[in-house]
Design a protein around this ligand. Structure first.
Ligand code: FE2
Length: 348
């Protein structure tokens, strides 16, 4: 262990009780002996117990049908979410967006994102209206289990546009992290088999004995392989799962979310999921939402608007720092552009 990591040991010990998940960067989380003794499994089990406890407390926010779908399948799906004229106005605002777009290359997929801060929303009235819609906020606050108003992004995925066949790691079936957490999407484009439908294994968010055993084995593999930058993603705790393993779990077939535009999907991304395979030169746009929070805090926020402002402030600082690092590594570019602009050809 480096001197720096040794000095930071008290900090790393504390982060065991946060959402921290990197087996490579955190010498406590990535410690083989501690995981042999069950550290990872302890974090998985405790975070699930607390998640379900908070979900129970927040259950008045949603209908019985939504609650049942989220608990049983791991997701809630709502077609025709917005009124048709409201949806068209929102779509047109997004298509006419011009401004800074963060572009990340993942394999041969170009992911374009715009973080919708309060400041940016003040120039996008239909997006602002969407972020304040009670029919949206109630189920996402529930699904976060923290009463959290999520971060909102415009996200546009462009498949196979980068002139090579690089492997997109988001297209491997995986779990985002060790604890239950929520992501949601309003699909702006119709999702077809061609443009890479989000694919989810129903019921794979549940913590069964078999899943606990799998998590235990994965944690030990992660400790052994944390420095290998391979496709299993052991270094960052987003474990990949093979088709054979999925069959052994006995899950139903993965469900590709082939849905019309104006469908809302709210999912627990501890469950296994992936970006679907796509044809080259296809794209799909969504309003993408994420609410990740400390899974070990048994309480939820009683002041969702106030905490949303605080989270935005902190996340903006973190993003600025991360962007500088990623730009230095050539993984990210921020362009002043529109979503329909052709991507720059890769350097020869
Ligand atoms: Fe994911």
């Amino acid at each position: 262990m480096s001197i720096k990591k040794l000095l930071l040991l008290p900090f790393y010990l504390l982060t065991v009780f946060t959402w921290s998940k990197s087996f490579r960067n955190n010498p406590v989380i990535g410690n083989y002996t501690l995981n042999l003794l069950g550290l990872h499994v302890f974090r998985v089990v405790l975070s699930h117990l607390l998640f379900n406890f908070r979900l129970c407390l927040l259950s008045p926010l949603v209908s019985h049908a939504d609650r049942d779908s989220y608990r049983r399948n791991g997701f809630i799906l709502k077609e025709n979410f917005l009124a048709p004229d409201e949806f068209q106005a929102l779509k047109s605002e997004l298509l006419n967006y011009r401004g800074p777009i963060r572009e990340i290359q993942e394999g041969n997929t170009l992911t374009q994102r715009v973080f919708l801060t309060r400041e940016r929303l003040s120039h996008l009235p239909m997006c602002l209206r969407f972020t304040e819609n009670p029919a949206l906020l109630k189920p996402v606050r529930y699904a976060s289990s923290k009463n959290r108003i999520p971060f909102f992004h415009i996200e546009n995925l462009k498949h196979g546009v980068l002139g090579h066949n690089g492997d997109d790691p988001q297209k491997h079936m995986h779990t985002d992290t060790f604890h239950p957490c929520m992501k949601a999407w309003l699909f702006i484009d119709e999702v077809t088999r061609q443009n890479g439908p989000f694919t989810y294994v129903p019921g794979s968010h549940k913590l069964t004995w078999q899943r606990i055993q799998w998590e235990y084995a994965q944690s030990l593999a992660a400790c052994r392989n944390k420095n290998a930058h391979d496709s299993q993603r052991y270094w960052d705790g987003s474990f990949r799962v093979s088709s054979d393993e999925l069959r052994e779990f006995g899950y139903p077939e993965p469900k590709a979310m082939i849905v019309p535009a104006n469908t809302l999907l709210i999912g627990n991304v501890h469950g296994f999921h992936r970006r679907g395979d796509a044809e080259a030169n296809t794209s799909r746009m969504t309003l993408w939402m994420q609410a990740r929070d400390n899974p070990f805090n048994p309480l939820f926020t009683p002041f969702p608007r106030l905490s949303a402002g605080a989270f935005e402030y902190v996340w903006s600082i973190y993003l600025r720092k991360r962007d500088v690092k990623m730009q230095g590594e050539g993984k990210l570019a921020t362009v002043e552009s529109t979503f329909d602009a052709k991507p720059e050809p890769p350097p020869k």
